[in-house]
Write a new protein. Structure first.
Length: 318
């Protein structure tokens, strides 16, 4: 039997395309001059999709033979899982292989934000050290961190935060009986009780703007917000206002509402550290994620099932 056709929606690491091209007929959508013609002619044959961005109901409807969407990334808020499930399409993501990398970055960003590492670096480069020492900064000492979303990455952040001597609390959909950290059943309650809010919950409609003006006010004047999850969880205008008004002390952001566009009002501020969505972006970890994207497709088309289906997909993880 002929190998199934695979569609890659956006440019992706060469290791994904190279491996898939050895076995499967591949279409790189961005290379198709006439996309409508592609969907009419080849669309009905496509059985697998590599995603790294939006997969909506309209796209699913144009691929009637689709069996599996292999998402590059642990977060799959761009994939309409309800439409996939309704069409009998399996969705996979890339959990576990990036957990430590993202948790490392989260702690690095936290330290950079509180101890002002990028600002201190700029001080040296600008020659200011020759005139004056860098001003004393805020401290991590004696702080309590609130983790919003105690999933795999949230737990790995908590492990590291413990080693840094931080007191830990969390909020999520449910209390987790196997952890020793204090649980808060509301974000506002968590923000009131801590002075670092670490955002690491999934994106999507259910979490849009859950960190709003009231949560930032509850975090307080010495508060530090770190977001390594999705820009959509934070009301970005409210955050900018809180940073400008001194409602909170500082923010470290790896993700934004409209990437790669970062608001000028954030860029203009000195009490923020801004990263270009690099949580998992090491060669080592991106290679591991790429391999899992490939392995999910290979396992599925070998008849062995998906390796890492998302929870909405009604199939067990192998
Ligand atoms: C992106 C991420 O997927 O895994 C995630 O959810 O946010 C990132 O690792 C990455 O930008 C790959 O496109």
């Amino acid at each position: 039997m002929a190998e199934p056709d695979i569609l890659i929606l956006r440019p992706v690491m060469a290791t994904v395309t190279d491996q898939l091209a050895r076995r499967f007929p591949l279409t790189r959508l961005w290379e198709e001059a006439d996309k409508d013609a592609f969907f009419s002619q080849t669309g009905p044959r496509i059985r697998g999709v590599v995603a790294g961005g939006p997969v909506d109901a309209a796209l699913i409807a144009r691929l009637p033979a689709l069996e599996i969407v292999s998402n590059f990334g642990v977060g799959y808020d761009g994939v309409d899982t309800a439409a996939c499930t309704a069409a009998g399409v399996v969705v996979t993501n890339t959990p576990d292989v990036l957990t430590d990398e993202v948790a490392d970055l989260a702690l690095g960003l936290l330290l950079a934000t509180i101890r002002e590492l990028p600002q201190a670096d700029r001080h040296v480069r600008a020659g200011h050290w020759l005139q004056r020492p860098y001003p004393l900064t805020a401290t991590l000492r004696g702080r309590r961190i609130g983790i919003l979303g105690l999933g795999r990455i949230g737990r790995a952040i908590a492990d590291r935060a413990r080693a840094f001597g931080l007191d830990i609390a969390y909020h999520g959909r449910n209390r987790q009986p196997d952890v020793p950290y204090a649980y808060f059943d509301s974000i506002r309650g968590l923000a009131e009780a801590v002075d670092i809010l670490m955002v690491v919950a999934p994106g999507g409609p259910g979490t849009r703007n859950i960190v709003d003006a009231a949560v930032l006010a509850a975090l307080g004047r010495d508060g530090v917000l770190i977001n390594v999850a999705r820009g959509s969880l934070v009301d970005e205008d409210a955050l900018i206002e809180a940073l400008e008004a001194g409602t909170i002390r500082a923010a470290g952001l790896d993700v934004f509402a409209d990437e790669p566009r970062v608001p000028e009002r954030l860029i203009a501020r000195d009490n923020v550290v801004l990263l270009p969505h690099v949580g998992s972006a090491s060669v080592h970890t991106r290679n591991a994620m790429a391999q899992l994207v490939v392995d999910n497709l290979v396992s599925w088309f070998d008849g062995r099932g998906p390796l890492t289906p998302v929870p909405e997909t009604p199939l067990p993880r192998r």
